[in-house]
Design a protein around this ligand. Structure first.
Ligand SMILES: [Zn+2]
Length: 60
């Protein structure tokens, strides 16, 4: 199940859209910002229906 969520890049503050795969359960992964190309850490927590997404810089 794929969901889209807008988040704000922790580096440049741009609002970007992420595609979330809720079928994989809790996940942590890194994706480069499409705007400033710096590595954003995504922390996705989901039970397959509801989810919370935290984004932070790699340094935190
Ligand atoms: Zn950025």
């Amino acid at each position: 199940m794929l969901e889209t969520q807008h988040y704000q890049c922790p580096y440049c503050g741009e609002s970007v859209q992420a595609l979330l795969d809720l079928s994989g359960g809790d996940q942590q992964y890194i994706e480069d910002c499409a705007v400033c190309c710096r590595p954003i850490v995504f922390d996705l927590r989901t039970d397959g229906v509801d989810w919370t997404l935290d984004v932070r810089t790699e340094d935190d």
